[in-house]
Design a binder for this molecule. Structure first.
Ligand code: SF4
Length: 415
């Protein structure tokens, strides 16, 4: 075993009450996989991780571990948390995946969307002997892993390797097929023994401010996708504004800075640095890339003829509120105007309720499921961001793994 990894494993206290497990977004048995790795049982360590998460090589890079497992690690209260993601990544990279699919059981499942929830659900079902078809509206599978997270954050080879592995398991990816346009949930329900909906929450959110329809104002998800497909010429723009404070805003700003001809890229965020939902290391990476931040600033109007040229913003202050974080409120008559020939909106996204009219939704558009991931339609299940709203790759993966278990249980008990 690599000496550095061995040292990291030695740092784990093998706690009787391992708080890291509670902190982990998928509740992985962290001390056990560390113990097995120390005993040179790397394939067994992989199996422990694989019980809860089918994307360890990816989650060990994109998971917000500093807010999750590492934040809860008992060792961190004494001096420094165990570097759990590095250990997980080592296992994911070096272990042999010895899983073998069971023989075909004559049952077929359709999965809608090919992001983390469906990839996890499909993998578990394929291993249980189901024939799995995954329907994807775009030309490549992977959802946010392919189109959303930039390659300098997540090596796309990891995503391609996973998809190729799933194809070898027999999973069929049906690309360029969109829910509501090319098929309906009920049409799949008739054709398959069960259906899983994992379409995520990637629908753009508007700011609803003056002149938002001007050219060169683009949604961050669309922007990242167009950049992934090499369809976007960033060097046409001198002053790029990104609105938002989450990881998508940081990703979009870093893509803009790296792909443009040294344009000025500024993130405009209505709260302060302390309230930014983005991961701290990503914020630091953005600063290192030369991205400017304009905190406590909120766009109120876009200015320009046909194309945006300036963004009028109001300065904000933070006040206490009933929510669990400080609330931004406008400061009267405090405005600034920023030059901006490209504006990227990364102000959260939501679930595309227009394509989900066949299942029951809650008041904010999330698919209603019971504790067995079943929707209002009996053999239709759902998980990931289209149920929870935008969360993490790890939480979507966890939902996919759990849903596969309940789909299997349902089909075994009802047929
Ligand atoms: Fe090891 Fe930290 Fe988990 Fe304790 S809390 S078992 S030290 S990783």
């Amino acid at each position: 075993m690599d000496e550095t990894i061995k040292k990291l494993c030695d740092e784990c206290l093998q706690c009787k009450k391992p708080l890291c497990v509670n902190g982990c977004l998928v509740n992985n048995n962290i001390p056990l996989f560390i113990k097995l790795l120390k005993e040179d049982k790397i394939d067994e360590a992989f199996k422990i991780i694989d019980e809860k998460s089918t994307l360890p090589s990816i989650c060990s890079i994109v998971c917000p571990f500093e807010k999750a497992c590492m934040n809860s690690c008992v060792k961190g209260k004494i001096n420094k948390s165990v570097n759990i993601p590095l250990i997980e990544n080592y296992i994911a990279t070096h272990a042999k995946n010895t899983n073998k699919p069971l023989p075909y059981n004559n049952k077929n499942i359709a999965l809608i969307g090919s992001g983390p929830a469906s990839l996890a659900c499909g993998e578990k079902l394929a291993l249980l002997g189901y024939k799995v078809d995954i329907y994807e509206k775009f030309s490549e599978a992977g959802g946010i892993l392919t189109y959303g997270i930039p390659a300098f954050v997540l090596d796309k080879k990891l995503v391609k390797d996973k998809i190729n592995y799933l194809k070898r398991l027999g999973i069929n990816f049906i690309l360029n097929k969109e829910l509501k346009k090319d098929f309906t949930i009920n049409s799949l329900k008739e054709k398959y023994d069960a259906v899983f909906i994992g379409i995520g929450a990637g629908k753009k959110k508007k700011m609803n401010i003056k002149n938002e329809e001007l050219e060169n104002i683009i949604d961050a998800n669309d922007y990242l996708k167009e950049n992934y497909l090499n369809n976007f010429n960033n060097s046409l723009y001198k002053n790029i504004i990104v609105v938002g404070g989450g990881n998508t805003a940081i990703d979009a700003a870093r893509v803009a800075k790296r792909s443009s001809n040294n344009s000025n890229v500024t993130i405009v965020y209505r709260r302060s640095e302390n309230e930014m939902p983005a991961r701290k290391n990503e914020y630091e990476n953005a600063l290192n890339d030369g991205i400017a931040f304009n905190f406590l600033t909120n766009p109120v109007e876009f200015i320009g003829e046909n194309k945006v040229s300036k963004t009028k913003c109001q300065k904000m202050k933070l006040v206490q509120s009933d929510e669990n974080r400080l609330k931004p409120v406008p400061i009267e008559n405090a405005f600034i105007t920023l030059d901006s020939d490209l504006v990227i909106l990364a102000i959260s996204s939501y679930i595309d309720v227009d394509v989900l009219d066949e299942v029951s939704l809650n008041s904010w558009g999330g698919i209603i499921i019971n504790d067995k991931y079943q929707t209002s339609i009996e053999n239709v299940f759902a998980g990931g961001d289209c149920v929870s709203g935008p969360l993490y790759v790890a939480t979507a993966t966890k939902d996919g793994v759990n849903a596969a278990k309940y789909i299997d249980e349902y089909l075994k008990s009802s047929h």
